[in-house]
Design a protein around this ligand. Structure first.
Ligand code: AMP
Ligand code: GLY
Length: 421
């Protein structure tokens, strides 16, 4: 197949590598410096829907896989499908599951998906008055897309009220905060469950666990994700069976009942609260860096499944199998996430890639005068496969240690929840 991957992070680099190793002809828009060595890249941004549409018209791809959520929420998949292009990724309707938290929670409530209790508010004074009357803290969420930042887990009522005001009155996340949700706080470990769905049928791809805080021991501010691993031993067969029955099956039935024609991957953020899985959120695309972990564990051609999903003819019995373990360690720029410094030269890329079982996946990188330099907060996702998590972890960190980037930092404890016992 001739495939186009839309996006330019480690998730897209993982997809590019996976397509390339299965023998497909791979294009990517816009890509990054690492992707440019594995695929034909096109300098078209992910929000340039006209440009992407024109590219597809010209290049006649057999399959387009959309990496990030923003173009899906903006309706890229609908526009391409209207031109007869086969697309992996939901249309604007289905993408609302990620684009609007109120839409997602109302969908969950309507279809009996297990999730935290919530209320939706369009008025700041009403939201504050209700929070004060309840007299306990809530999780405050901006309804719209806020690049993963629109959630405040408040510690007390004053913090709840402050978060509501910052989102609804000061518009800290712009229009995304015109509407807010107040949610019951749950407590427990989180996992990223990935499920392929063609609108009617589904197939579980697996789970990975992300590390959202910037520092070791889950300290410091939230980030886009500092590393991931899979499988997740704590998420055992019993929890998976429960998640299927109480979350995944009602979700897929709901997608079909609401005629959302969801053709893509549902990444359901789960929290294990009091021993039971709860759906925290839906994402309508692969997690980043979770995708790197899933792709590293796939045995067979993931794209054969993606194309079946895009056609609406997913056969769960034919989906690729996942084996072994994998870990992705994100290397981030100086001052990420607050104010990442860019433009620093990255040394040691070849030595890192030479470690057996390792893929050096690029995120925020670009080429300058023949050298690769940092160009974003998350720079690389060093991904290693292994027989088990310990083996994968050893390889990943051996590779990370070959790198030299001024001011860069990474977590040294990826997979600690699985390996500390
Ligand atoms: P979300 O974007 O909805 O996944 O929220 C981002 C993060 O906020 C999650 O990964 C959780 O760590 C936290 N979070 C969201 N909802 C809740 C909740 N109801 N209770 C506790 N923590 C939450
Ligand atoms: N790693 C979390 C996300 O992709 O949203």
């Amino acid at each position: 197949m001739k495939v186009l991957i839309v996006g330019g992070g480690a998730r897209e680099h993982a997809l590019v590598r996976s397509a390339k190793s299965a023998g497909h002809a791979v294009h990517c828009a816009p890509g990054n410096a690492g992707i440019a060595r594995d695929a034909a890249t096109h300098t078209i941004k992910v929000d340039d829907l006209d440009g992407l549409e024109a590219l597809c018209e010209r290049e006649r791809f057999d399959l387009v896989v959309v990496g990030p959520e923003a173009p899906l929420v903006a309706g890229l998949a609908d526009r391409l499908r209207a031109r007869g292009v086969l697309v992996f990724g939901p249309g604007r309707d289905g993408a609302q599951l990620e684009g609007s938290k109120a839409f997602a929670k109302e969908f969950m409530a309507r279809h009996g998906v297990v999730t935290a209790g919530f209320r939706v508010f369009d008025d700041a004074d009403e939201a504050c008055a209700w929070a004060r009357a309840e007299g306990r803290p809530f999780v405050v969420k901006a309804d719209g897309l806020a690049a993963g930042k629109g959630v405040v887990v408040a510690a007390d009522v004053d913090e709840t009220v402050a978060a509501i005001r910052s989102m609804m009155v000061d518009r800290a996340f712009g229009a995304a905060g015109a509407r807010v949700l107040l949610e019951e706080r749950l407590r427990g470990p989180e996992v990223s469950l990935h499920v392929l769905c063609d609108g009617e049928r589904f197939a579980v791809l697996g789970v990975a666990q992300d590390h959202k805080r910037v520092g070791d021991g889950d300290t410091g501010p939230n980030t886009g994700g500092m590393g991931a691993y899979g499988p997740v031993p704590a998420f055992d067969e019993a929890l998976m069976a429960q998640a299927l029955a109480t979350i995944v099956e009602p979700t897929v039935r709901g997608l079909a009942a609401d005629k959302l024609a969801f053709r893509g991957v549902l990444f359901i953020g789960l929290m294990i609260h009091d021993g039971a899985p709860y759906a925290l959120e839906y994402n309508v695309r692969f997690g980043d860096p979770e995708c790197a972990v899933l792709a590293a564990r796939a045995r067979g051609d993931l794209f054969a499944s993606l194309v079946d999903v895009a056609k609406g003819s997913l056969d769960p019995a034919k989906v690729v199998r996942f084996e072994g373990a994998a870990i992705a360690v994100v290397v981030a720029s100086e001052r990420y996430p607050a104010d990442p410094v860019t433009g620093d030269v990255i040394e040691g890329l070849e030595d890192a890639a030479a470690v057996e079982g390792v893929d050096v996946l690029h995120a925020g990188t670009r080429e300058r005068d023949g050298r690769i330099v940092t160009a974003g907060g998350r720079v690389l996702a060093i991904t290693a496969r292994g027989d088990d998590l310990r083996d994968a972890k050893d390889r990943a960190y051996r590779a990370v240690e070959k790198l030299a980037i001024r001011g860069a930092h990474y977590r040294r404890d990826i997979a600690w929840r699985a390996l500390s016992t």
